[in-house]
Design a protein around this ligand. Structure first.
Ligand code: MEV
Length: 318
């Protein structure tokens, strides 16, 4: 391999929010996800004259070959990317700077993998197609989620709101009437792999109950799409509340999430639900307008929330 000491290439990606359809999307139902550019990640690849790859992120600094288990998917993704690029696994330092908290249902693992693959392709000055990007990111996602639907990587690599169905072409969803969400962090790490696995296990003993909720979540995704197209924000809130009811039945909410949802409703949110895998992580609350965003944020921070972000969906370019 030709090494280029001091040569640097940067790749970036943003966070995502699932508006509706988490978990049911694993069972082939549609879901709606939004890019969440407030939180993002950068991967910086640098040439070093050493016969190894160094990795540097919030949780680990050292040899790529010795990363802890929670980074095994990222390490596998890096190695697979170098294989695709026909480059040996050495002579590189990869640094990750991320503002996306991990395990909060905000797509941290997908966004990191996207940024890394992009930075490696840039470093070796090769064109990267969307299909190749998705193939390589899926390596990391499979470690993180077991059997991911692909929604996280589709949303974290999209500049637009998306209508997502497993194994189908991702569709851009136009949002003409902007709406305001407050993203609220429980401060607790959720384990998507475990949450997905728990539903699968319950399905074995109570297939009817699980199927009913999954089917209903699928219908709610269609209703949410119609509400977005028609600019029916109130209706969207009702749909979010109905989705949360089903997610509770599926067993992926928890006490902390329920408390935040309760705060949201008492503070007048049009709707509130968990976002992502659940069992920890974040909720999203739909505000009446921009002034209401502030009130909601105050209510959350006075309650159980560890942090909040405001996000307006439907503004250019989404
Ligand atoms: C995680 O962000 C979304 C889930 O539906 C899992 C998946 O789709 O792979 C819970």
């Amino acid at each position: 391999m030709i090494t280029f000491p001091n040569k640097i290439a940067v790749g970036s990606a943003h966070s995502k929010l699932i508006l509706i359809g988490e978990h049911s999307v694993v069972y082939g139902k549609p879901a709606i996800a939004l890019p969440f550019p407030t939180l993002h990640v950068e991967s910086i690849v640098e040439g070093i004259s050493k016969s190894m790859i160094m990795f540097d992120c919030r949780y680990y600094v050292g040899l790529l070959d010795q990363v802890p288990n929670n980074l095994a998917g990222i390490a596998a993704c890096i190695k697979e990317t170098l294989k695709y690029l026909e480059q040996p696994a050495k002579g590189l330092k990869i640094r990750i700077h991320s503002s996306i908290p991990i395990g909060r249902g905000l797509g941290s693992s997908a966004a990191s993998a996207i940024a890394i693959v992009k930075s490696l392709y840039k470093y070796f000055e090769q064109n990267l197609t969307k299909d190749t990007l998705m193939e390589l990111v899926e390596v990391a996602e499979t470690y993180a989620h077991g059997n991911p639907s692909g929604i996280d990587m589709a949303a974290a690599s999209s500049d637009h709101s998306i209508w997502f169905e497993k194994d189908q072409e991702v569709k851009h969803l136009h949002i003409d009437t902007p709406f305001h969400l407050v993203v609220v962090d429980t401060g607790r790490i959720g384990n998507t792999r475990e949450a997905v696995g728990a539903i699968r296990e319950t399905f074995k003993i109570a297939p009817k109950m699980i199927s009913q909720s999954i089917d209903l979540l699928g219908q709610l995704a269609h209703q949410a799409k119609a509400a977005l197209v028609e600019g029916e924000t109130k209706q969207l809130g009702n749909i979010m509340n109905a989705a949360q009811t089903e997610l509770v039945k599926l067993g992926v909410s928890d006490k902390g999430i329920d408390q935040l949802v309760d705060i949201a409703r008492k503070a007048g949110a049009l709707g509130a639900k968990l976002t992502g895998g659940g069992r920890g992580g974040c909720i999203i609350a739909l505000a009446k307008d921009l002034n209401h965003v502030k009130q909601l944020e105050e209510a959350f921070l006075a309650g159980e929330a560890s942090q909040t972000w405001h996000f307006t969906a439907g503004e250019s370019p989404s």
